[in-house]
Design a protein around this ligand. Sequence first.
Ligand code: KG4
Ligand code: ZN
Length: 392
Amino acid sequence: MRLLSIETSCDETAIAVIEAEGTEESARFRILGNALLSQIEIHREYGGVFPALAKREHAKNLVPLLEAALSEAELLKEDTQAFPEELTTRISTLLEREPELDEAFFASLSQMARPDIDAIAVTAGPGLEPALWVGINFAKALSVVWEKPLIAVNHMEGHLLSALAERTGGDDIVIEHVGMPVLGLLISGGHTELVAMNEWLSYELVGQTRDDAVGEAFDKVARMMDLPYPGGPEISKLAERDREDFSTMPFSLPRPMLGDSTCDFSFSGLKTAVLYLLKERGSLSEVEKEQLAREFEDAVAEVLWSKSSRAIEMTGAKTLALGGGVSANTHIRRVFTEEIERNHPEVALHIPAGEFTTDNAVMIGLAGFYRMLRGEHADLETLRANGNLSLA
Ligand code: KG4
Ligand code: ZN
């Protein structure tokens, strides 16, 4: 089965084409086309994602990305038949709210032969609603033109399932031999949660942040330290430099909620502690900045590990999967690898390969396939963006 997948929940516009086969227990994928445009440079001057701008950029990028993904998959073929009147009206209604997309859609899609795909998967949430809507309306328009079913995907399920995926070489991926329950630690700019998957696609929330998401804490602390957006990679770079120098740590930041009996998190106190420290110090030297970044990362990694370890014990998890942008963090990856080996060697740790940590459309295709296996289809009339869509 061949799926076209679309992701526009935040500041990455992405379209992929994947070939998928198998069952939930043993699924096989091949990436046929994978196109992505990051808006990071555009949002940088605002110090964060600016929703109206994200929406405009998605609308501008979707058609070129569709062409790129289909062309890579060798599915882009020309056909100059004009759309029938009835189709034109339906698509125009769907794209009414996306003027940038509307024009490009007609210019390009009316020149394109219907590609050999079986379904269209699109992120329905969570994320920024105006951004999600662009992808959804685009997917709906494609579904009308190509007469293909639509599948609504939860972005977090995409992160979790893609964390379970293993590359078997080249563009081939498998998801198999997954020990249940799976514990997912989903850490991104908008989310920090521990979710248990006791059987395929059935979720239970084990813990979550009570205030800021981890990625948000990285981004806010980075901004306080005059580092560019997104802050995670910047803090990581500084901290890694200090780790190489083995300097003595002059700073001490709190490890919020470390000792409490829940699997919940809190990061706003940690962020405030950095703010006070910076106010008190006035300015920091380059070395001190590196040290502060390291102490912040240590505090985050310690709390994330400690809560994950508690959650492993509570759920009896056989698999721990990290997903979301923050799972790209070198130090967090290192801490989890070492701690699992030392304390829970019976648990299989899955951390996605670099390109699958941050948002992409391949993960949406993977999750779309799992939903298709269950016979789930989204309804063209009722499918809506849901910024707060949750897994459990
Ligand atoms: O999953 P993602 O791409 O988008 C959301 O769904 O939010 O995650 C983005 C977040 C940002 O907060 C970014 O600062 C953080 O992931 N991030 C990192 C690293 N790379 C990205 N945080 C820590 N260390 C990194 N290396
Ligand atoms: Zn994400």
